[in-house]
Write a protein that binds this ligand. Structure first.
Ligand code: NAP
Length: 286
């Protein structure tokens, strides 16, 4: 039996602070239209002080939402305050998608799914490689390390300016993950089949160091989760050197799909039309 929290409202949210930049409403409203569903998806600007009280409205069924996305800085609190965080979420300590089931708030983290689904679509077979290099050890890198490990990579080399943060991730994600200083990048990428930039280097015109990708294995893939601009400095350099590249926009689009399915009951597709909607918005707003 559904309890008061499992309402039939078709209204989902993204909660964060700041949340004004979020493109999630464009994505979910596109899918709602595509399926001809009555429903909506709203941005909620919620401060860290107010977030526990918001979670309480989800608990007591007074929020008026069927579920939603959680973004910075609430992902950790959402994981902690939900009733049933799944294994992915618990290992990361961060949730980005909430929904109701069995009268409880369920939580997961779909960032790793989004990352892997983007590569599945743009570079099928990417997970046959054995060694990955992850540049960066910030919030976004965690779900990516988890996803790459769970796809069976034998070695994941995390390279970060602050070595201690890379070490913390190597401890968290197990023996296949090793930590390296930025100065070792040239050596660390040797023979790797997948290079992933998870740092903010190159974002919105910010400079990025030149990386010589030639020590990567032949047929290696270079991907960047920064998607403004789409063709980042790292991707430009890798393309010039003849490597297959995959931009980060698809990760944003694919990570949204599991939530939509939970809230609205339909499996959405990530296609060229949706991609163009977001690119047009980026052209308008940067
Ligand atoms: P974060 O937690 O702030 O981490 C930033 C990372 O960048 C850290 O590893 C940091 O190194 C590194 N970094 C920053 N400036 C640097 C510099 N000058 N030199 C060397 N390393 C530097 O950020 P985040 O949340 O992980 O996000 C990172 C990027 O991913 C952002 O551009 C974000 O927009 C993008 N992103 C994209 C998606 C998507 O769906 N495509 C999803 C999430 C995030 P230190 O640890 O040494 O500071």
């Amino acid at each position: 039996m559904r309890d008061s929290r499992e309402t039939f409202v078709n209204h989902a949210f993204v909660a964060g602070s700041p949340v004004g930049h979020s493109r999630s409403p464009l994505i979910h409203r596109h899918w709602l239209n595509a399926f001809g569903l009555a429903g909506d998806y709203s941005k909620l600007e919620i401060s860290p002080d107010d977030f526990p009280a918001f979670m309480e409205t989800l608990h007591n069924g007074t929020s008026g939402f069927c579920g939603g996305n959680i973004t910075i800085p609430h992902k950790e609190t959402a994981c902690r305050l939900s009733d049933r965080p799944d294994e992915l979420c618990l290992e990361l300590g961060a949730a980005n998608t909430l929904w109701f089931e069995g009268g409880e708030i369920q939580a997961t983290n779909t960032d790793g799914f989004g990352f892997a689904a983007n590569l599945d679509q743009q570079a099928p077979g990417w997970d046959k490689q054995e060694t990955a290099v992850v540049l960066g050890a910030g919030g976004a890198s965690r779900a990516i390390i988890q996803a790459v490990r769970d796809r069976g990579f034998k070695s994941i080399r995390v390279v970060n300016r602050t070595l201690d943060k890379a070490r913390e991730l190597a401890d968290r994600f197990g023996e296949k993950v090793s930590a390296h200083p930025l100065e070792a990048l040239g050596e660390v990428i040797t023979g790797a089949g997948l290079f992933i930039n998870t740092t903010s280097l190159g974002m919105k015109g910010a400079s990025a160091p030149q990386i010589d990708f030639s020590p990567l294995s032949a047929g290696a893939i270079v991907t960047d989760i920064v998607y403004v601009p789409l063709l980042t400095p790292f991707l430009q350099q890798a393309e010039k050197q003849g490597f297959k590249t995959v931009d980060g926009l698809g990760m944003l689009l694919h990570q949204a799909a599991p939530g939509f399915e939970k809230w609205f009951g339909k499996q959405p597709v990530v296609d060229a039309e949706l991609r163009q909607i977001i690119i047009d918005d980026m052209d308008r707003h940067g």
